[in-house]
Write a protein that binds this ligand. Sequence first.
Ligand SMILES: [Cu+2]
Length: 170
Amino acid sequence: MKNYLRKPLGNQALCLYMLLIFSAMITAAEASDESAAFIEVTDLYVNATPPTIKSTAAYMTLSNLTEEVITFIGVTSPAANRVELHQTSITDGMMKMRPVSTLKIPAKGEVKLSPAGLHMMFKKLNRSLQPGENVPIALFFSKERKLTVHAQVRDIRGQKENKTLLHHHH
Ligand SMILES: [Cu+2]
């Protein structure tokens, strides 16, 4: 009787184990699906920061590979407490930034984020970012689509053209 009871339990445990492995495999498959081309990210980098600076910006080009408009709806990174999409504009010689909540990427079109315009603002960095390292950035889009990319940290402080466009105040 004892053996009879134990056996089905053992099978159940095995079944559960197999189920766990199976669901892990499914999750892995879904994770790789997330990069199944709907958006292509190029020219991706984030500005290096000295230890005293707690914010920085990331730039990239977002290309929509599909036949319909894709809306960017948010961004996160483990390197910062908060990441926001910002638009830089110059009004009366003063540079201002404002948060942009959503961004439409036209069908088969692209949107460039660059130092003079749109950028992804990293706020409350939890550490300084060293040139050469890679920072994960999770991008969220309409239809619950997510894309994780890795931005290379670049030291652009020495580059004259970007010098006046660096901003650390919010
Ligand atoms: Cu900004």
